[in-house]
Design a protein around this ligand. Structure first.
Ligand code: ADP
Ligand code: MG
Length: 339
């Protein structure tokens, strides 16, 4: 019988994108400067994320996969000024419930020894084993959704599309993460270790975009640098913070080509405080502005909205992917004017 834990876990981890998002964010939270993501059969058999971050301290081995264990929230007030991606301690516990999950981790002073940690589906530490390893953490998810058969069949049916989505998400992380080297590989059938894309640990998002999308795409881009200012309409007025009305928009957009122009790839990435997220209303606003100038192409957009953490809420869905912008209406009007 399916346990309550499995059902709840299926709300935190809804698809391949959730798996990649949670593991990559844990690596970034751990201060990694190099992240390798490995897929087997597009993620159906394996999704594995290796980082060179700080590693997990031995006294946390027992607890890392327990529900609500997190090392990132020192007090409740931290929630309003959150700097790390994670804070709920639900991802690893959910992955244990939904797949075969293990970790290999080492802190700097343990190298060349590392510890392999195997977990039960409840998140209880099953066994530890000393193995060879480098500084950092590798988290391996084998057979995602094997314990939720309907979800598993659905994923198998749509694997091409789901794999495409997860690559787009990884492109977004790789482009926004200046100073972090990304490498993504996939092994399908008998092919071995096919490199899907890499970035070189560049200091700028521009160079990351060149690595991911090619120099040609880069040459068609101009910098996006806007400062939005607008009246608060209510939701955020209560917080008494006036900074919520100021938003910086930083990034890169394709140079408008009027009439019949050269097509740039249809790539649109949005971020809030450097966190990749879907912002459909904002995407619509950008596309409407381009259209209104009779621009034929669909624009390349890489836009990071930098704003006060009071201006939005990431806690609206268990998978934390939906971001609620309290002043979406006023913000979009201001954005359209500025563009
Ligand atoms: P959260 O990220 O919300 O704290 P997770 O379930 O994603 O919760 O992870 C639980 C804990 O495991 C983290 O708080 C962190 O201490 C540890 N952890 C997970 N992944 C890594 C990693 N790649 N490097 C170092 N520590 C990690
Ligand atoms: Mg996490």
């Amino acid at each position: 019988a399916r346990s309550v834990h499995q059902i709840q876990s299926g709300q935190v981890i809804v698809d391949l994108c959730s798996v990649a998002k949670e593991l990559v964010e844990n690596s970034l939270d751990a201060g990694a400067t190099s992240i390798e993501v490995r897929f087997k059969n597009n993620g159906l058999d394996l999704i594995e994320v290796q980082d060179n971050g700080g590693g997990i301290p031995p006294d946390s081995y027992e607890s890392v996969a327990l529900k609500h264990y997190t090392s990132k929230l020192s007090s409740f007030t931290d929630l309003t000024s959150l700097q790390t991606f994670g804070f709920r301690g639900e991802a690893i516990s959910s992955l244990c419930a939904l797949a075969d999950f293990h970790i290999v981790t080492a802190q700097a002073d343990q190298v060349p020894r590392a510890n392999r940690l195997d977990f039960e589906s409840s998140g209880k530490l099953q066994k530890t084993q000393i193995v060879a390893g480098q500084k950092g953490t590798t988290a391996s998810v084998e057979g995602i959704f094997k314990r939720l058969p309907v979800r598993r069949r659905e994923l198998e049916k749509n694997i091409k599309r789901e794999y495409g989505k997860v690559l787009n998400l990884l492109h977004a992380y790789a482009c926004i993460s200046a100073g972090v080297r990304f490498s993504v590989r996939n092994t399908v059938g008998k092919t071995r270790n096919v490199v899907v894309f890499t970035t070189n640990g560049n200091p700028t998002t521009r160079e990351n975009i060149a690595n991911v999308y090619g120099a040609k795409t880069l040459s068609a881009l101009i910098p996006l640098d806007l400062e939005l200012e607008f009246e608060s309409t209510g939701a955020t007025r209560r917080t008494g913070s006036d900074r919520v009305n100021q938003i910086l928009v930083r990034g890169h957009i394709s140079r408008p080509v009027f009439g019949e122009g050269r097509q740039t790839p249809d790539r649109q990435m949005f971020f809030v405080n450097s966190r990749p997220c879907g912002l459909p209303q904002i995407a619509k606003a950008f596309n409407e502005v381009y259209k209104s100038f009779n621009v034929s192409q669909s624009p390349f957009i890489f836009a990071d909205f930098q704003m006060d953490t009071n201006a939005y809420d990431v806690n609206v869905s268990p998978d934390k992917r939906t971001i609620l912008l309290h002043e979406a209406g006023a913000m979009i009007e201001s954005l359209k004017t500025s563009l």
